[in-house]
Design a protein around this ligand. Structure first.
Ligand SMILES: *[C@@H]1O[C@H](CO)[C@@H](O)[C@H](O)[C@H]1NC(C)=O
Ligand SMILES: *[C@@H]1O[C@H](CO)[C@@H](O)[C@H](O)[C@H]1NC(C)=O
Ligand SMILES: *[C@@H]1O[C@H](CO)[C@@H](O)[C@H](O)[C@H]1NC(C)=O
Ligand SMILES: *[C@@H]1O[C@H](CO)[C@@H](O)[C@H](O)[C@H]1NC(C)=O
Ligand SMILES: *[C@@H]1O[C@H](CO)[C@@H](O)[C@H](O)[C@H]1NC(C)=O
Ligand SMILES: *[C@@H]1O[C@H](CO)[C@@H](O)[C@H](O)[C@H]1NC(C)=O
Length: 497
């Protein structure tokens, strides 16, 4: 249940909740720390600053010769758990590194303004966030931080999802500050309409579920669409799907809201965060022959996974996202939606015909959302020029050197990131066949398949080599030939010793 709660966040936000760590939580008490960084990195005459939050674990650093590993925070609130477990922690242990976890401006408690009104959001963009990281690294490498022990450090960044994107672009924008990078599932190519997202979901439902599962969803969607042409049908659908208010026949924006939050988002969440067996189990409910009506079978699955009513009222969604308080429940989605409206697009529409959800969530729905959440100035023209700018400044899929990227074979975000065709000796790409989003940054010991475990070893090896000149296989030759479980045991032993 806790895991479910963690994931009740929109997948439009890639990962608007911090990626969870299996069974670890905050193992030890790590105090939060703060650093003042410039509000506007691109105007030398503006000397305003704000407080940026981070966590630090120095257990593997030494007074001389320490390196730096930063787990980059994305569009979520950071927690101390990631400085005490996970792949970044393991890299730090192999490379005598201090381990840091930074919070992205505007998210969590890193709040550069009093609220999130549109005027105050003008300093929310990736360029500024990368500037924050650059300033942060300079500070950690200075005499002022921990007696200057990181003065000569090699610097490695690891990030998943949008934070993987940021890590990649740090190497591009600040090569003198960054030695090596892991991007796990980071999209690199900004694009307005992103119908490929639902195509990958369709393929995952087919390969991990069944053709019958897809057919059932397709039948359900056709019948549901027909029901929603009449008031009686709409009333029927409202009660089947437990909507928070009755659906109205032909109410375009409300119906898109219902299909987006109520239907496609639940499939998005299922596949984006799938663990082995999850998709098969969902398809068992969707194809359960004891229920003859495909709409009812779909409703059974949806109501079971959502656990609360589905909000179909577009005006209610807009009102919730117009709240400019940092503490409003939709604040994170407001902030990330702003970034999509001015920098990335990435709208998970039903534009493709290779998916079973008909044309229920068109691109215009998101155009309207940008205007209604923020202002009429945040229109398609601005969106398109913002996307063009992002791809111009960061080069899309032309990756910089010393970046290792991991892509999940069933990660719906993968079409916006690198695949095998982008792999080079200096910047390798690993595609993990049945993996979903962000499966490479977790601890080696909790790998769900040999394939992903092996990729994590490759990543540690590559990064360690480019930080210290020594791959971990050599550095720990005495454990390299052990099975991963034993290797983990050895690692734990070496930590506790
Ligand atoms: C950093 O490098 C300089 C020059 O090589 C050396 O004198 C100094 O001791 C090193 N500092 C640390 C903390 O390793
Ligand atoms: C991926 O999943 C499919 C379907 O469950 C299975 O047939 C295939 O063997 C898996 N591939 C790997 C490499 O595990
Ligand atoms: C909804 O639209 C359909 C198709 O345009 C039309 O046939 C139907 O009468 C409309 N229903 C209502 C309740 O207006
Ligand atoms: C609902 O979900 C629970 C687990 O979350 C599962 O045990 C149960 O079988 C599901 N019921 C239906 C009808 O899908
Ligand atoms: C906005 O959200 C805050 C925090 O949840 C709440 O206290 C406030 O009443 C909300 N404002 C409006 C106008 O709904
Ligand atoms: C790899 O990415 C390129 C560019 O995005 C795309 O055209 C190509 O189809 C992808 N290849 C595979 C095997 O997914």
């Amino acid at each position: 249940m806790w895991l479910l709660l963690l994931f009740v966040s929109s997948t439009l936000g890639l990962h608007t909740k911090e990626p969870p760590l299996p069974e670890s939580a905050s193992r030890n008490e790590v105090p939060e720390r703060w650093i003042d960084v410039k509000l506007n990195h691109f105007d030398a005459s503006n000397t305003e600053t704000f407080r940026m939050r981070y966590y630090y674990n120095g257990q593997y650093s030494t007074s001389t010769g320490s390196n730096i590993v930063i787990y980059v925070g994305g569009e979520w609130s950071i927690s101390p758990s990631w400085v005490s477990a996970g792949l970044p922690y393991e890299l730090a242990s192999y490379t005598n590194s201090g381990l840091f976890y930074t919070e992205h401006r505007y998210y969590g408690l890193t709040r550069p303004s009093s609220d999130t009104s549109i005027q105050n959001l003008r300093f929310l963009n990736v360029d500024q966030a990368l500037g924050d990281l650059a300033e942060f690294i300079e500070h950690v490498k200075s005499e002022q931080f921990e007696g200057g022990r990181f003065r000569n450090a090699s610097v490695a960044l690891m990030g998943c999802s949008y934070a993987g994107t940021m890590a990649t672009w740090m190497r591009l924008a600040y090569p003198h500050l960054i030695d090596v990078v892991l991007s796990d599932s980071g999209p690199l190519h900004a694009k307005e309409d992103f119908p490929e997202y639902l195509e990958v979901i369709t393929e995952a439902l087919r390969s991990q579920g069944s053709e019958a599962c897809l057919n059932s969803i397709s039948d359900a969607m056709t019948r549901l669409r027909d029901l929603l042409y009449t008031n009686e049908g709409a009333a029927q659908a409202s009660s089947m799907f437990k909507t928070c208010a009755p659906l109205q026949a032909n109410a375009t924006l409300d119906l898109s809201t219902f299909f987006w939050y109520g239907i496609t988002e639940n499939f998005a969440r299922l596949v984006q965060y799938a663990m082995p067996g999850d998709i098969t189990k969902a398809c068992d409910v969707i194809t359960d022959r004891s229920q003859p009506d495909p709409v009812q079978r779909l409703a059974n699955w949806i109501t079971n996974v959502t656990g609360s009513c589905i909000e179909p009222r577009y005006t209610v969604v807009v009102t919730n996202h117009r709240n400019t308080s940092y503490d409003s429940p939709d604040a994170t989605m407001r902030l990330w939606t702003y970034q999509t409206c001015v920098e990335y697009g990435w709208y998970q529409t039903t534009t493709s015909s290779r998916q079973p959800f008909l044309t229920t969530v068109p691109l215009e729905y998101f155009h309207q959302m940008c205007k209604d959440f923020f202002s009429n100035d945040i229109d398609e023209e601005l969106l398109r020029s913002g996307i063009q700018r992002t791809n111009l400044f960061f080069g899309g899929l032309k990756r910089p050197d010393y970046v290792v990227s991991v892509a999940g074979g069933i990660d719906p975000w993968s079409p916006m990131g690198p695949n095998m065709t982008h792999s080079t000796p200096l910047s390798p790409v690993y595609v993990v066949s049945n993996s979903s989003h962000c499966r490479a940054v977790g601890p080696i010991a909790s790998s769900e398949s040999d394939e992903i475990r092996n990729v994590k070893f490759q990543v540690l090896n590559y990064m360690s080599y480019h930080m210290t000149g020594i791959p971990i296989m050599d550095a720990s030759a005495h454990v390299a030939l052990l099975t991963p479980i034993l290797l983990f045991a050895a690692l734990v032993l070496s930590i506790t010793m």
